[in-house]
Design a protein around this ligand. Structure first.
Ligand SMILES: Nc1ncnc2c1ncn2[C@@H]1O[C@H](COP(=O)(O)OP(=O)(O)O)[C@@H](O)[C@H]1O
Ligand SMILES: [Mg+2]
Length: 277
């Protein structure tokens, strides 16, 4: 086991949060990495699960995988072949890696995750293949306060696995009509996967350019149909966030005094208040 944490006290179980949006480039990975880091800075034990075959979270945290290193594809495949609960424990422990940030662990992804997906279609029933991640995470849920899942673009099997495993869904959206419009489809999928009574989701405006006043006003108006579901925190477009990504660091390591760090710290505070009250 290479996890950086020990058993939690009191038998409490952590919360699983998916960062989902079907479009690429809306800030899912940036939000996953920096929210996870901000939670660690609030003394939480956090696991980041990279569910994107493009492995942007894995690379963004500066974790390099060798061909032989296990990744999230291995727990997906192992689950599919071993239909017995006793095999679930153990596997995920082998996959978890430490990240450069003390207290933040990672389940890495790699490109072969997409092949794995194809195999799952042939091997198991719909119900089974959609709840693989959820079952895989069970044995470690008393080690972590929060598990953050960075989803790939699209609403395919990987995103559905993440959604089914989660108690809370965070939807980053850029300030564009297309991005905001597609939230409706995403919410339909959420209700299908989690039941119509599911309300534990929030929308996070990202890459907000404060100079584009007319666009911002229009988008905020469009978002107002999602009453009570839009977070107060907005993530401004900030060049240091891009630079942090290039240097494979979270924003708090790269530029702790930056606007980006300030925004993501605010996001963590707002969510912790929501989750822990
Ligand atoms: N607030 C921001 N300010 C500036 N650049 C950002 C911001 N958020 C994300 N980016 C950049 O936008 C691109 C897409 O973001 P990313 O988080 O990878 O989106 P997704 O995971 O949804 O595809 C990346 O290059 C990232 O560095
Ligand atoms: Mg991404």
């Amino acid at each position: 086991m290479i996890m950086s944490v020990v058993h939690r006290k009191g038998g409490e179980v952590g919360m699983i949060v998916s960062v989902v949006h079907q479009k690429g480039g809306v800030g899912k990975t940036t939000t996953s990495i920096n929210l996870a880091s901000a939670l660690v800075l609030n003394n939480k034990r956090v696991l980041l699960v990279d569910m994107d075959p493009q492995a942007h979270s894995t690379k963004g945290l500066g974790v390099e995988l060798e061909d032989s290193n296990p990744s999230v594809k291995d727990i997906m495949l192992k689950e599919a072949t071993s239909l017995f609960a006793q095999y679930w424990a153990g596997d995920i422990h082998e996959v978890i890696r430490k990240s450069p940030r003390e207290g933040l662990d990672l389940v890495p992804a790699e490109i072969r995750l997409s092949q794995t997906l194809e195999e799952l279609y042939g091997r198991c029933s719909k119900n089974f293949r959609e709840s693989i991640l959820s079952k895989s995470l069970l044995p470690i849920m008393d080690y972590y306060d929060y598990v953050i899942i960075d989803c790939p673009p699209g609403l395919g099997l990987l995103a559905v696995n993440a959604i089914k495993a989660s108690q809370f869904i965070l939807i980053p959206s850029i300030m564009s009509k297309l991005s905001v419009d597609s939230i409706t489809d995403l919410l339909n999928l959420l209700k299908r996967a989690k039941g119509t009574a599911f309300e534990d989701y929030r929308i996070l405006p990202t890459l907000v350019d404060t100079r584009l006043r007319a666009t911002n006003e229009y988008v905020i108006e469009e978002l107002s149909i999602h009453k009570g579901k839009v977070l107060r925190t907005q993530i401004a477009r900030n060049e240091t966030i891009n630079q942090a990504q290039i240097t494979h660091q979270d924003i708090f390591a790269f530029a702790p005094g930056s606007r980006g760090a300030e925004d993501y710290a605010k996001l963590a505070k707002e969510l912790l208040k929501l989750w822990e009250e």
